[in-house]
Design a protein around this ligand. Structure first.
Ligand code: IPE
Ligand code: IPE
Ligand code: MG
Length: 266
């Protein structure tokens, strides 16, 4: 379902009133975002696609600032999928340049604010300059503990699962692992997101209602929030509305609500 309209009763509220609406105890511990719609944002303005990607960085900065303010400790973003390698070389080069530029100019501020950078995906496929900058940022922010920012780069959910299976098979072969020790908890330790809780909330912008090969294992019980807003327009207010909507969801995890349980004797 696309959340076309703001959650009930929020339209007239200011941003600070929206913040006051949030219940601190039930904020998500981990939010994942498919940042989509940069190209369409640019096209609507007669600009090159890269202008949309560049503008999208401002949205990311606003979302990060909000999460730090609210104390949401984990954000995972889909920045470049494995399938995105099929885009024109000019767009790929521009995107990689943007990534490198963002990291070199923002790195100091990321660390200052306690943001730890992690990557998921086959990052070794990235151009050497971008890869070196990423590795340096990961190393420099290792000690940071306010927000874990995980960036999906050359990421695909199916490859992640296949890679985990390969490592498990290798460990079984060497005798480090027995087949009957494999369960969901162990499997998770072989995924690139190990150590992070599963996302409580997934946001996808731009009106598409699909997962596009993102976090296939981890999203099993995540609340999905699809909005028509294009990523460069997804700013602080849009993020607050997504969080409010999340807090209105009834997460049952397959159970039924206690109020729906028949009373004894019935
Ligand atoms: C998302 O925006 C960013 C990346 C996939 C890198 P798009 O580039 O997919 O923008 P649209 O979907 O074409 O509008
Ligand atoms: C998903 O967006 C990947 C990222 C946001 C990085 P796409 O624009 O690549 O996805 P599809 O092609 O619409 O499914
Ligand atoms: Mg897209």
């Amino acid at each position: 379902m696309i959340a076309n309209s703001a959650p009930a009763g929020t339209t007239a509220l200011s941003d600070s009133e929206l913040v006051a609406r949030l219940t601190p105890d039930t904020l998500p511990r981990h939010v994942a975002i498919i940042m989509d719609g940069n190209g369409r944002w640019a096209r609507a303005r007669g600009l090159p696609r890269i202008a949309g990607h560049s503008e999208g960085i401002k949205s990311l900065q606003e979302v990060i600032a909000l999460f730090l303010e609210l104390g949401i400790p984990a954000l995972t973003i889909y920045a470049f999928s494995q399938e995105n390698w099929n885009r024109p070389a000019t767009e790929i080069t521009a995107l990689m340049g943007l990534l490198e530029h963002y990291l070199s100019t923002e790195q100091g501020r990321l660390v200052e604010r306690g943001i730890r950078l992690r990557t998921i995906g086959r990052v070794e496929m990235l151009p050497p300059g971008a890869l070196a900058r990423l590795r340096a940022s990961e190393a420099e922010s290792r000690h940071c503990d306010k927000l874990v920012l995980t960036v999906g780069l050359s990421y695909g959910g199916r490859s992640e699962i296949v890679d985990a299976v390969r490592k498990i098979a290798a460990d079984c072969k060497t005798g480090r692992l027995q087949a009957d020790e494999i369960d969901e908890g162990l499997f998770e330790q072989y995924l690139s997101t190990t150590g992070l809780p599963d996302p409580d909330l997934l946001i996808r912008t731009s009106g598409e209602s699909r997962i596009s090969n993102f976090l296939l294992w981890q999203l099993a019980y995540t609340e999905l929030y699809f909005t028509p807003t294009l990523w460069p327009d997804f700013r602080r207010r849009e993020a607050l509305l997504a969080l409010i909507e999340f807090q209105q969801r009834d997460r049952r995890f397959g159970r039924i609500k206690p109020s729906m349980t028949p009373s004894p004797g019935r």
